[in-house]
Design a protein around this ligand. Structure first.
Ligand code: FES
Length: 105
């Protein structure tokens, strides 16, 4: 299923992400800049922050309590912020767009 990673400058790359894969790992595997993933997906570093495109609320769901706490520490947090290592690809998310914050470039 396809995910569009959009940098803060508006440039983007579309990656084919396997169902069950997380969006942080898929970005690293495909050399997408703007996602660092320092903790390796352990929901501990918040350097995989992304902002989900509009219209994806229901499919994406809400962040867990721990993820939410980490997001609270980010200056660029918005209502649609998530940690990409906690977003697991599913067929329902085909065509998803995520925006990547300037601080991760
Ligand atoms: Fe560290 Fe997502 S990779 S919180």
């Amino acid at each position: 299923a396809k995910v569009k990673y959009i940098s803060f400058t508006g440039e983007f790359v579309i990656v084919d992400v396997g169902v069950g894969e997380n969006l942080m790992q898929a970005a690293l595997d495909n050399n997408v800049s703007g996602i660092l993933g320092d903790c390796g997906g352990g929901c501990a570093c918040a350097t995989c922050h992304c902002i989900v495109g509009e219209g994806w609320g229901e499919e994406i769901g809400e962040p867990s309590g721990h993820e939410n706490d980490l997001l609270d520490g980010l200056l660029e947090r918005s209502k649609r912020s998530r940690l990409s290592c906690q977003l697991i690809m599913s067929q329902d998310l085909d065509g998803l767009e995520v925006h990547l914050p300037e601080t991760q470039f």
